[in-house]
Design a protein around this ligand. Structure first.
Ligand SMILES: [Zn+2]
Length: 279
């Protein structure tokens, strides 16, 4: 499932092909994904110009003229492909935008959204509504933004008796972290995923805040590398080889102390950690 670094990679790939460009044709193959799509979405997009491409948590926010926002949520299995020539659509290709430098210019790019499991979604709404949007209104601060710090962690974790791993997945406390980067950040901070969130204070909060930022930044860099190496047109964007220390490595030696990595299930999600390095 795409987390902040994967979504940021998609944002970076979309920014140059959308910004200042016009939608000259739009294909919308269904009227719903996870939820119903906006009515007449294709008709509403044709002729519009994108102004810039942002990200909030795990969502790409594509800003359009007239102060509108096209929101992209990749869900569990969504991916984006970008082509220079008209592609033949594949199974589960639900949306395609044809982009050009002006409303009447020749097509320059084709952007395709594929989502086999259809947990993703696309929405179109006014920027004035952004703060009230159901997916955005309760979202915590960006971990790579100025509002995030050890103090923030300590404040939002205060009084929480549940495990820190679950608190990290709570998008209302911090935006964008999912199962993979929660395990990775906890390992780099030396904090057990089972520890009560409320006990993350002082030095431990400092270590965790630093590890979150470092882990996400390193993954975004890996995503950027995968984009640069992306020579094959129409390849899936947003999934790249991650350098993971603990996630998915149960039974393998901890890279710091060689103790076997352990897997546990917390609230139905798997957590991976080193029982020796993480306390
Ligand atoms: Zn270890």
């Amino acid at each position: 499932m795409p987390e902040l670094p994967e979504v940021e990679t998609v944002r970076r790939a979309l920014a140059p092909v959308l910004t200042q460009h016009y939608v000259t044709a739009a294909f919308v193959g269904r009227n719903d994904l996870r939820w119903p799509l906006p009515k007449n979405l294709a008709e509403q997009l044709v002729g519009r110009q994108f102004t810039n491409v942002d990200r909030r948590g795990k969502y790409v926010l594509m800003h359009l003229d007239q102060q509108d926002i096209l929101l992209l949520h990749l869900g569990m299995s969504g991916s984006i492909r970008i082509y220079d020539t008209p592609p033949s659509l594949r199974k589960h290709d639900h949306i395609m935008l044809t982009m050009a430098a002006s409303p009447t210019a020749a097509a320059r790019h084709y952007i395709v959204l594929n989502d086999p499991r259809r947990f993703g979604w696309v929405d179109l709404f006014s920027a004035t509504h952004q703060d009230h949007h159901k997916l955005l209104r309760h979202m915590g601060p960006e971990p790579l933004g100025n509002a995030f710090s050890a103090t923030h962690l300590q404040t939002v974790f205060a009084g929480r008796q549940g495990p820190v791993k679950n608190a990290l997945l709570n998008q209302q406390l911090i935006a964008g972290i999912g199962n993979i980067y929660a395990s990775e950040a906890l390992f780099h901070a030396g904090v057990s995923p089972r520890r009560k969130a409320a006990t993350i204070v002082g030095q431990r909060a400092e270590r965790l805040a630093t590890a979150i930022v470092k882990t996400l930044r390193a993954a975004i860099e890996d995503g950027g590398t995968s984009l640069r190496d992306h020579v094959q047109p129409g390849g899936e964007i947003g999934y790249f080889v991650q350098r993971l220390a603990v996630y998915g490595r149960d039974g393998q030696a901890c890279q710091a102390c060689t103790t076997p990595i352990k897997m546990i299930v917390q609230s139905g999600r798997s957590s991976f950690y080193c029982p020796r390095c993480q306390r």
